[in-house]
Design a protein around this ligand. Structure first.
Ligand code: ZN
Length: 174
């Protein structure tokens, strides 16, 4: 197991459409363990494989005080409603912004035993479910090469939250 550095905005791996996993084997289980360690080391509530440099369709979500779980080849199969929520990303440290997200999402994917699981999460169900819905959309975005800043009208909407926030020159003009 290992903590990997989080890939940052400007790294091309974050912009790739990640490949589907064809077989859930020990290498995928090891990847998930590394993702969990890296996520906690960076104090995130979710992480996608491309964020540690692996362009595969694997995400992990670790809500506060809950066991983390992985979804392989996840997809959002249903979205309902719209809300605006504050969001940040481990790959864009030092910034946050209000982004549009769905009120309710249904996601589907495989667990590490290869069983299909379906997760429904709605902001109507309280804070925990609201965070889960947001995390599912955020992480599934990642494996499609989408970052939350793509949902903003302008990068001017980003709010700096850290002294060390880097300038976002690299992708300006996208
Ligand atoms: Zn992110």
């Amino acid at each position: 197991m290992a903590v990997h550095p989080i890939r940052l905005l400007g790294d091309p791996v974050l912009r790739m459409k990640a490949r589907r996993v064809t077989r859930i084997d020990d290498s995928i289980r090891a990847l998930v363990r590394d993702m969990i360690e890296s996520m906690y080391a960076a104090r995130g509530v979710g992480i996608a494989a491309p964020q540690i440099g692996v362009p595969l369709r694997v995400i992990v979500i670790g809500l506060p005080d809950e066991e983390p779980f992985a979804l392989v080849n996840p997809e959002i199969v249903k979205r309902e409603g719209q809300r605006r929520v504050e969001e940040g990303c481990l790959s864009i440290p030092g910034y946050r912004a209000m982004v549009p997200r769905s009120v309710t999402v249904v996601a589907r994917g495989l667990d590490l035993q290869g069983r299909m699981v379906r997760i429904k999460a709605s902001a109507k169900g309280g804070e925990r479910d609201a965070l889960l819905a947001q995390a599912l959309e955020h992480e599934v975005d990642h494996i499609n090469g989408t970052l939350y800043i793509d949902h903003l009208d302008s990068l001017d909407e980003l709010v700096k939250i850290g002294e060390e926030a880097p300038e976002l020159e690299e992708e300006k003009g996208r």
